[in-house]
Ligand binder design. Structure first.
Ligand code: CP3
Length: 354
């Protein structure tokens, strides 16, 4: 088993005792850091950073040089999976991701094939191996993928959406076509995450950014069921250690209870549900990760410290909490403010673990 100097994250995700609450930040590598913007400029664009294992490694390490973080997260994107299926991913500055060939009809779905992930996404696994070598056991590396529902929203809408009109139309008019699309993405994502684990990812997270746009029964049918397929297909132990699985649905609310029954190890929680309530929903079956409102990072250092204290107090005593924001850090944040947050977690969390 590879030696890990700091395994607080893995222990907390498995609800084992820790001396303080571990902390990492969604989108910790990214545009709020000037050193990230420099690498992206030199590479030309975002996907060129993702596709170059040395650059992906460099930007993954950048936040760890600045802050006392307890985890690294692979630098990549959830849309590499549909890109590998041949949809033609590209990014337009200021408009986010788009696909050249969106999936609109049952015939479009039938034409899709399950890609050989080793061949189509080998650059991601090479990045994982490069980052593990560079980390040299300092902290664990988190791998990730999008949930089938969230990835399918981009595949069907062809780009970021607010109302999800096209995919919701498909759910009503052609539910079998949508189901086979979700099944295909779930199978590919299972292969993709298992290959990340084989390459060295020590925990994995599934980002279901848009599951909260569905009414509850549609959420269970189209989003949660396909995440369940992934959880069921994942390799849960590698290199002598359990590989924790984190599910994160933004806007899950009371559906956290259903999510906790999938057999995952931990749930990400956004800031609209306080952790004390979330803890009651999940009945201590799983660990919780979150959930400071990212907007708090625009406030004064004193307000940030107060926000951290409130999140820690809301979770309360005992193991099973990983500190994070309730969603990703935004590009406008002053990097010094993130330092205030992380220092506050180090300072204020030990009292909850005595
Ligand atoms: O957390 C990390 O540091 C790891 C890197 C990571 C990225 N994307 C890098 C990225 C992760 C985990 C993601 C996941 C992702 N990608 C999600 C789910 C997570 C979430 O926040 O809910 C989604 C929905 C995507 C799709 C995506 N990729 C969008 C909508 C965008 C544009 C966002 C924007 O604000 O313009 C991206 C691009 C992207 N992915 C960037 C980064 C750092 C910005 C690209 C750039 O440098 O210009």
């Amino acid at each position: 088993m590879a030696r890990l100097e700091n395994d607080l994250l893995l222990r907390a995700l498995l609800r084992e005792p820790v001396p303080r609450t571990p902390v990492w930040i969604m989108r910790q590598a990214g545009r709020y850091l000037p050193e990230y913007r420099r690498v992206r400029e030199q590479a030309g664009d975002f996907m060129s950073v993702c596709c170059n294992p040395d650059l992906a490694c460099e930007v993954t390490m950048q936040p760890l040089r600045r802050y006392k973080l307890d985890a690294a997260i692979l630098f990549s994107d959830i849309l590499t999976v549909p890109d590998a299926m041949g949809l033609g991913l590209y990014f337009v500055a200021g408009e986010g991701p788009q696909f050249e060939r969106p999936v609109r009809t049952a015939a479009d779905v039938r034409a899709l094939r399950r890609p050989d992930v080793e061949r189509a996404l080998g650059y991601v696994f090479e990045a994982v191996r490069t980052i593990r070598r560079e980390l040299n056991g300092r902290v664990p590396l988190i791998g990730f993928a999008g949930s089938p529902w969230t990835v399918a929203t981009y595949m069907v809408e062809g780009r970021s959406s607010r109302d999800f009109a096209t995919i919701k139309r498909m759910a009503t008019a052609e539910p079998a076509a949508l189901q086979s699309l979700l099944d295909l993405v779930a199978a590919t994502t299972t292969d993709y995450l298992n290959a990340q684990i084989a390459a060295g990812a020590q925990a994995v997270m599934v980002f279901d950014t848009w599951g909260g746009a569905l009414q509850a029964d549609d959420y269970r049918r189209f989003s949660l069921a396909s995440m369940q397929q992934i959880v069921d297909g994942l390799v849960r132990e590698h290199d002598g250690r359990r590989v924790p699985v984190i599910l994160f649905t933004k806007g899950a609310g009371a559906l956290l209870a259903d999510m906790a029954s999938t057999g995952c190890d931990a749930l990400g929680v956004d800031w609209t549900t306080d952790l004390a309530t979330a803890r009651r929903y999940v009945e201590d079956k799983v660990a919780l990760q979150g959930n400071l409102d990212p907007a708090t990072l625009r406030e004064s250092p004193e307000m940030i410290r107060r926000g951290v204290a409130a999140v820690l107090a809301s979770y309360g005593n005992g193991p099973g909490h990983v500190f994070n924001l309730g969603h990703g850090i935004t590009p406008d944040i002053d990097p010094a403010h993130l330092g205030v947050l992380i220092d506050a977690v180090h300072e204020l969390s030990p009292q909850y673990h005595r």
